[in-house]
Design a protein. Structure first.
Length: 607
């Protein structure tokens, strides 16, 4: 649409200016502009109604920009990245933004917040991420203030394969309402493929805030300056095809484990990372499972199916290989599948009252099991793929320092294979890396920053690293970084696996760093080499006095690996050590660890 002098209230110069400006505006800028004009009109009306002096102008009304507080609770960095994105959008439209991790936010200042945006992921069995725990507990305590109509909006990140999907976001949303807050927009719960849903949430938040600002016009360009610097064009939504330089098995002959050391080239990508960050890898499903699924359903491999909202079509086999998730079942998937079949069995499985049975089925079966168990053959491929979700990237802790290996990134990946119901099962990405990826091949990757798992700012700070199995990966990066920077702080590594002779990952590197003094001390636990199984937490308890002394000297503690058991056992061991060596009560020991978390001296990368 063009403005013409003949059919608009604008003169020639104004029309030309508008015709140059409007095509260049983003949707968000148009939303802001409409809010600005509405506010300006509202302010003018208010001034007229009270017979204000003619000297009052729009600039007087627009003296103070609207303030928005953006809080994120993030374990792997996804919510942090989205929080920065929405903050940038707000600043571009004149809002004054306070962006903060929940762990850094002073809860008592909540009552002073004008507009509140919450972005929170969910861990394990519905738990908040580590850096959100203090704020979560404050908000659910009697100390939480009444919010009395304070505008808020919540974005939850989760995974529908977990029973308590987006539970932390749901909890925040419910509690803020209980305290008297008023929703700007409805909460959005995002699955692993969250980009579109999160973007829509951001746009709706911007529109709602702009509309709500009708009492005060906004000053464009206010707010904190946006960080500058060259950024890579590659991201989660536009991954870089990294060439594989090395693909080695780290386990010795005779081991019943297979752990791949993968070296990838980042040359030409401009991707940057720090120790503690992760690499996202988009995998492909196993061709054997894809073919078995197509055969079981009676489909044709070359049939074209739609794979995204843009209407893009791909041959069915290619879509099942590279686009759709077919190994993990979720409750929403089963509910949708039940609508496609006349099978009463599947409809009954998703009914209320059978949660335990459903939970067991989801944990122990894949898509091929589902279609065979509930006779889904006969459903067309084009209809069936509409209920499948996009295959998510797999995140791996980076096992290298970019200072030590410029333009490279290294991974440590344990291959997952097991048999169930007479059929071999396999980890999607780990088996692809072990069986079908060789030097010279490429993998689509991106960097996932993780501000919650970072080396101390001071290189003199002692660090204690606890990482059994592949959990040791980021500590190879930590020590590589400390070697390159000449850090003086003491370092202590607790490492464990099954057998010393076959499963001691990166043994020669640890020995070299011990000899050079980069690694001050190392304690190992090989659980199958002794009659009684010994794990890293047992070694920690054996060195209780020395470990507590390191804590008293200001050491930072890092834990990486299995969340379900190891991380809990290590946390319990730390609590016991603090309680015994510090002569604390259980409550005081727990508070000691909480303070360490708040000071970022106790960080975990668990999965």
């Amino acid at each position: 649409m063009e403005f013409q002098v003949t059919n608009s209230p604008f003169n020639q110069e104004q029309a030309e200016l508008l015709n140059r400006l409007l095509p260049s505006l983003t949707e968000g800028q148009k939303i802001w502009l409409s809010g600005y004009l509405a506010a300006l009109q509202g302010a003018a009306t208010a001034v007229t109604s009270v017979a204000a002096p003619s000297t009052v102008s729009a600039s007087n009304v627009a003296a103070t920009p609207k303030e928005v507080t953006v809080l994120f609770g993030s374990q792997t960095g996804n919510c942090h990245g989205l929080a920065k994105k929405v903050s940038k959008k707000l600043e571009e439209q004149g809002f004054k933004v306070a962006l903060s991790s929940m762990g850094d936010f002073k809860p008592n200042s909540l009552k002073n917040v004008q507009n509140l945006l919450i972005l929170a992921s969910t861990q394990g069995e519905g738990d908040p991420p580590d850096n959100a725990i203090p704020f979560y507990e404050f908000l659910h305590s009697k100390r939480a203030p009444q919010l009395e109509g304070k505008p808020f909006a919540v974005l939850g990140l989760g995974d529908t394969s977990y029973e308590f999907f987006c539970q932390t976001g749901k909890d925040f949303d419910k509690r803020l309402e209980e305290l008297g807050g008023k929703r700007l927009i409805s909460r959005v719960d995002c699955d692993v493929d969250y980009d579109e849903a999160a973007s829509e949430w951001m746009n709706n938040v911007l529109a709602s805030l702009s509309e709500a600002s009708s009492a005060t016009a906004l000053v464009a360009g206010s707010g904190a300056a946006v960080e500058s610097g060259a950024e890579s064009e590659y991201s989660r939504t536009n991954p870089f095809k990294a060439e594989v330089l090395e693909n080695l098995n780290l386990n010795g002959r005779g081991s019943d484990r297979e752990t791949r050391h993968i070296e990838l080239s980042l040359e030409g990508s401009n991707l940057q990372y720090e120790p503690g960050d992760s690499l996202g890898v988009y995998p492909e499903n196993h061709p054997r499972l894809v073919d078995e699924l197509i055969e079981a359903m009676g489909w044709k491999a070359d049939e074209l199916v739609t794979v995204n909202k843009n209407g893009e079509k791909q041959p069915l086999r290619e879509a099942l290989l590279r686009y759709y998730e077919i190994t993990v079942l979720t409750k929403p998937l089963l509910e949708q599948a039940a609508k496609l079949t006349s099978s009463n069995g599947l409809k009954e499985l998703v009914e209320a009252g059978r949660e335990q049975e459903l939970r067991t089925y989801l944990n122990e079966h894949d898509l091929l099991d589902l279609v065979q168990d509930y006779s889904l053959k006969g459903v067309s491929a084009s209809e069936f793929v509409t209920i499948l979700r996009k295959i998510p990237a797999r995140l791996y802790s980076i096992a290298s320092s970019s200072k030590a290996f410029p333009d490279e990134v290294h991974l440590t990946v344990r291959t997952v294979r097991y048999e169930a119901r007479g059929r071999e099962r396999y980890g999607v990405c780990s088996v692809q890396l072990a069986e079908r990826i060789q030097s010279g091949d490429t993998l689509p990757v991106y960097i996932q920053s993780n501000s919650n798992f970072k080396l101390p700012e001071s290189t003199d700070t002692p660090i204690i690293m606890i990482g059994p199995g592949t959990g040791v990966a980021p500590f190879r990066a930590f020590l590589g970084e400390r070697e390159e920077t000449g850090a003086e702080g003491k370092t202590w590594l607790f490492y464990g696996d099954q057998h010393f002779s076959t499963d001691f990952l990166y043994q020669t590197e640890w020995q070299r760093w011990l000899k050079q003094g980069v690694l001050t001390r190392m304690d190992v636990a090989f659980s199958r080499d002794t009659d009684k199984k010994v794990y890293v937490q047992h070694r920690m308890l054996e060195k209780s006095r020395e470990l507590y002394q390191w804590l008293q000297e200001g050491a930072s503690v890092y834990v990486c690996g299995d969340e379900k058991k190891m991380a809990h056992d290590v946390h319990a061991a730390l609590t016991t050590i603090i309680e015994q060596e510090g002569n604390f009560s259980p409550e005081e020991a727990a508070e000691y660890l909480t303070r360490m978390q708040q000071q970022k001296r106790y960080q975990r990368d668990v999965y």
